[in-house]
Design a protein around this ligand. Sequence first.
Ligand SMILES: [Zn+2]
Ligand SMILES: [Zn+2]
Length: 647
Amino acid sequence: MLKITLPDGSIREYEGAVTPLQVALSISDGLARNTISAVVNGKQTEVDTTITEDSTVQLLTWNDDMGKKAFWHSSAHLLAQAIMEFYPEAKLTIGPAIANGFYYDVDFGGEPLSEKDFEKLEKKILENAKKNSTFNLREVSKADALKEYADNPFKTELIENLPDGEITFVTHDNFTDLCRGGHIPSTGIVKAVKILNAAGAYWRGDEKNPQLTRVYGVSFPKQKELTEYLERLEEAKRRDHRKLGKELGIFAFSEKVGAGLPLWLPKGAALRKKLEEFLSKAQKKQGYEFVISPHIGAKELYVTSGHWDKYGADSFQPIKTPNEGEEFLLKPMNCPHHCEIYKAQQWSYKDLPKRYAEFGTVYRYEQSGELHGLTRVRGFTQDDAHLFCTPDQLLQEFEKVIDLVLYVFGSLGFADFTAQISLRDKENRDKYIGSDENWEKAENAIVTAAKAKGLKTVTEYGEAAFYGPKLDFMVKDALGRSWQLGTIQVDYNLPERFDLWYNGSDNEKHRPVMIHRAPFGSMERFIAILIENTAGDFPLWLSPEQFTILPISEKYSDYAKKVSESLEIHDICGLIDDRNEKTGKKIRDAELKKLPFMLIVGENEENNGTISVRRRGEGDLGEMKVEDFISYFKEQAKPAFELGANQ
Ligand SMILES: [Zn+2]
Ligand SMILES: [Zn+2]
């Protein structure tokens, strides 16, 4: 009897050798029809791979990420086949599946590939796919493999790095490629394909190597899914924070100031300030204290923290003083500074936890080619805090930090998220610093806190940092894209390196545990994601320009000013549009600028002490007393969430 263990823990028995497809068939015909790949004992395989011993089997459909990976990886083979039919001189290199589709890196020789070639490739791919060919894996000797690719230096390099006996070729239709396996049952299920882009890429990502063309594509089992995907792509382009950030006057870049160094325009600064105030208020409620540290630090500080050894060579290089020969680094992270702040005073166990918060600006070198809007920059501000507590306080602190993160996500409209718990590799415990006992405590604290807060979690063993376990939040935005936000991380390393301690109840010195946490991650990245998630239509309380007052003629300018002043007193902010334009045009402009309220004032309004209110997306709300509008506004602008409400 052969035992197959399925992901839910159930065990099925078979007479003899079995394939994943047969396992699927033994469960249901429907499942068998939809199974396109499988994971057998942790390795992704084809559905017709023979299983001869007791194994764990996961059956994959298009709806599984790993299923899509097999689909897109197989599509890369179809792309390579089509390329070789049109460009027989081209040299293939590698062609993996990626998060959204696949690519193939190709040396086209002198012939570049351009957009006008995409359609013929798409047609050819579908024409070949229709032949319904299977992918057949066979082992080849290293010598034979090298012979086969004698005129392809890229594949030769790949083969040379593979151990003899582990080299396989895969053939579908008339096309063969070097490949490890993991394909769909047949090419026929690829029903729609789009070549998205062709861009330069260096062989193995190294700019000293030859430049290749990376051809990006995406494919689907149904035409409808491709159409929807392309619509989402278009929508993503419309929402691109680099485009909207400019249109809405939020941020800018200047070559003169330098690449990767964002400039916050008044509206962006207002938005950012509101976010900072929002988080500061919540942090204050949770007993955080605010600290401020300088933008640079002596190199020695980062030698102590270990950052210099680890990242020094790839960072901005030290700044030297002209006379004393001292060396300073632009602050790459706030943690070492906060350790020194902790150390500035002596603490007893009764004083803990200490929670130091700072919107700390840090500078990290990124290659210019890697820079991207606000999501990849060289200077950014973290909503940072470091908590110093006793090992026994970890659970409670973790729960509070999770509350804070949930409050932030809830208030800003991120409803769909998962939390990844990263723990130690159980087999390899000497990689980590800190005692076994403390690790157990920390890992239990994370798992227990996440459960108590009802988080949707995935647990990854071996993903913890060497200095402690962590919890990362992945949010899905309005377009279904995943972003990593907020992280909470336990650290046993820095307290050791900085020799931090507190006096315990036993009157002995003890090491505190440190927690790093940043619910937004960084202000820059968070605002970029917020812009793309809301398409610039921010929650009312956060909107940097909440109203525009539209006097119907110059005569009512003074009254408009009076209204504006009464609103400003209540922290409701906006401007007066006193351009010499028709009110209809001003309303249209305000709608385009996504301003939440348009307040129209004329003779009636002035006489009655009122305003005529229009709300974006809702239209006319009628005439209101200014005081009534203020109460209405405050009611509407209340964040829908309360801190710790889920307890
Ligand atoms: Zn393959
Ligand atoms: Zn830190």
